[in-house]
Design a protein. Structure first.
Length: 188
C-alpha cells in the first residue's frame, strides 16, 4: 500500500470534491467482455466504499462513461475492439455500482473525461474545487483525466491501490505538472 507521500500530500483546505467513477462498464468488467480487465472486478468493493464515503459527505458522484458510435474512430486508431457502443448493455455501468437517481453521467469518446464533454461546466455548476478519480484504468482514462483536472487547477486525488506502479507514476507526473494539489487516496 502506498503511504501518503509527503511531497504530494498537499491537502486542500475547504475543498468540495466530486468523485469521478470512470468506465466501470459491463464491456470493461464482465467475464468475456470485449475489453475485459479482470482486475476491475477486484476493485468493485473499494469503489462502493468510495461512493458511500462521498455520499456521506454530500459530495457529488459523477459517472464518466465511454460511449462510442459503432464506427468510432477510436477503435481503428488504437486498435481496440468495438466497446461501449451506445445503446448496448456493454455501455452500461455495472449493476454493482449502479448510479443513483440524479447522479450525473458524462459520456466521453476518448480517454479524458474533459475532452469534448461538459464535465468542466458541470463541476463549476456544482461548486466543485477538487476531484477524486477512481475506476478503469489508472494508466489510461484515470491518468488522462487526472492530468486534465490538474491543468484546470482542480485539486486531484487519485484513489488507487498503492502497489500499482502506474498509480505512483500518475501522482509523480501530476506533481510536476502544476496541479493545485495531489494526494493519494486510500481505500482502507
Ligand atoms: Zn473507448
Amino acid at each position: 500500500m502506498l503511504s501518503l507521500l509527503s511531497p504530494y500530500n498537499l491537502i486542500m483546505g475547504k475543498e468540495r470534491e466530486a468523485l469521478l467513477v470512470l468506465d466501470m462498464l459491463n464491456d470493461f468488467v464482465r467475464v468475456g467482455a470485449p475489453l475485459e480487465v479482470p482486475d476491475n472486478r477486484k476493485i468493485i468493493p473499494s469503489i462502493q466504499r468510495e461512493i458511500k464515503k462521498a455520499r456521506r459527505k454530500g459530495n457529488p458522484v459523477i459517472y464518466v462513461c465511454d460511449n462510442h458510435r459503432p464506427d468510432d474512430k477510436e477503435f481503428s486508431k488504437y486498435n481496440w475492439p468495438p466497446h461501449a457502443v451506445r445503446g448496448t448493455e456493454g455501455q452500461k455501468v455495472i449493476s454493482e455500482l449502479k448510479p443513483a437517481e440524479g447522479d450525473p453521467i458524462i459520456k466521453k469518446t476518448y480517454y479524458s473525461a474533459f475532452y469534448r464533454t461538459r464535465l468542466q461546466v458541470m463541476l463549476k455548476e456544482l461548486g466543485v474545487t477538487g476531484v477524486g478519480l477512481t475506476g478503469c484504468l489508472t494508466h489510461v482514462c484515470v491518468l488522462f483525466s487526472a492530468y486534465e483536472a490538474a491543468l484546470r487547477d482542480y485539486g486531484v486525488t487519485v484513489v488507487g491501490d498503492g502497489d500499482d506502479a502506474s498509480f505512483a507514476h500518475t501522482l509523480h507526473g501530476l506533481h510536476y505538472r502544476g496541479g493545485k494539489g495531489v494526494r493519494s487516496g486510500n481505500r482502507a
